[in-house]
Write a protein that binds this ligand. Structure first.
Ligand SMILES: Cc1cc2nc3c(=O)[nH]c(=O)nc-3n(C[C@H](O)[C@H](O)[C@H](O)COP(=O)(O)O)c2cc1C
Length: 346
């Protein structure tokens, strides 16, 4: 579930201090390896999400968020490959003043912005994220500028330092040839209370290896696509199956299977309910649901599991953990207590 919103943000003055660029020589490579906007490079199919007109995407896997900035498309390509691999949310950080198209002008501007950041003045961006709650890992991607993290991403981290406290952050970057070390130090000083995972840097010489480098890196981090487990429910002599959500409460429920439960009526068979003991953990679980028949939910105030036999209105206190497949719910839409067994299907 996305918690992103976008709005013009004014340049914020700050007393915070981050490493100035003056310690780095101007980047004099003069050669730009660029990727066409939108990520298409004619190479690997990864990174060619056709639904990424503006770099902002809602994925189905709410465990990860990819945030990136990119002037010429290289970091964007990496971001799209990560997003595709995980099917997660992604948002692009844009500077309020568009990037310079002219390379030399961009070098001058970047130097000036890095110097300003050294004085606590962060260049304005137009991107903000309301909350990072529920994300296991936030991926932060940027190009290397004069050895440092590109300035729009420095502003983003500066603006979101409190919200990112305690989060797992995985940095990824693209460069002509420089390493990632100085930018890791930028990140650590901007978000001192985050926990940083192993970073990934691809240079102009290794960018085309991302088809293997990115999956290997995600594997190391333990980041993978959502897995929708299935369960078998035996009730009233009938066998139903259900598909579980990929969230913390569903995972906790799955960890308790097999389980025997007594389903009781609630509200004239609108719901069949039972009370797991202890209550299911709601960590990393998005709240809010408008239940449809067959939805398996938790009602947070009481801690009970409620299987909906009828439609009901949206409630912030309902948490969806699964759905009974097909018309299986018909077997439960009967008055009185039902003894049921729930087992995991491999
Ligand atoms: C302002 C600026 C400064 C740069 N500084 C460096 C640098 O210090 N080291 C380096 O290897 N590449 C440097 N580069 C090259 C970029 O890091 C590289 O082209 C990167 O892949 C661009 O990513 P993007 O396409 O996502 O913008 C610089 C590029 C620009 C525009």
């Amino acid at each position: 579930m996305r918690k992103l919103f976008f709005l013009p943000l004014m340049l914020l003055a700050s007393l915070a201090f981050t490493t100035a660029c003056s310690e780095d020589e101007p980047y004099a490579d003069g050669q730009e390896q660029t990727t066409p906007p939108g990520g298409g490079d004619g190479g690997s199919s990864e990174g060619n999400d056709e639904n990424v007109p503006d770099g902002n995407v809602d994925g189905t896997n709410g465990r990860y968020l990819v945030v990136y900035c990119s002037r010429t498309g290289n970091t964007q390509r990496m971001a799209q490959a990560i997003r595709s691999a995980l099917d997660c949310d992604m948002t692009v950080v844009e500077p309020e003043t568009p990037y310079e198209e002219d390379y030399d002008a961009m070098l001058d501007r970047a130097q000036a912005e890095l110097a300003a950041i050294g004085q606590g003045n962060y260049p304005a961006i137009t991107t903000a994220v309301e909350s990072f709650a529920g994300y296991d890992i936030v991926f932060i991607g940027y190009p290397i500028w004069f050895g440092h993290m590109a300035t729009p991403m420095q502003t983003f981290l500066h603006n979101h330092a409190d919200l990112l406290a305690g989060k797992r952050i995985a940095l990824f970057a693209s460069s002509g040839s420089s390493g990632i070390g100085t930018s890791e130090r930028d990140a650590a000083s901007l978000v001192p209370d985050a926990s940083f995972e192993e970073s990934l840097l691809l240079t102009s010489g290794t960018l085309d290896d991302m088809g293997t480098r990115i999956p290997a890196w995600l594997e190391e981090l333990g980041a993978r696509r959502g897995e929708n487990a299935s369960v078998r429910i035996t009730a009233n002599g009938q066998v139903l199956t259900a598909t579980m959500e990929d969230n913390g409460a569903a995972r906790d429920f799955l960890s308790r299977l097999p389980i025997d439960v007594t389903l009781e009526d609630f509200n004239n068979i609108t719901e069949k309910i039972f009370y797991p003991q202890p209550e299911l953990s709601l960590d990393d679980t998005p709240r809010g649901c408008a239940p449809a028949p067959g939805d398996i939910t938790i009602y947070e105030p009481w801690g009970n599991v409620a299987i909906f036999c009828k439609e009901s209105g949206y409630s912030n206190s309902l948490i969806k953990i699964g759905h009974i497949d097909g018309n299986g719910i018909e077997a439960l839409r009967v008055a009185g207590e039902i003894q049921a067994t729930v087992e995991r299907l491999e």
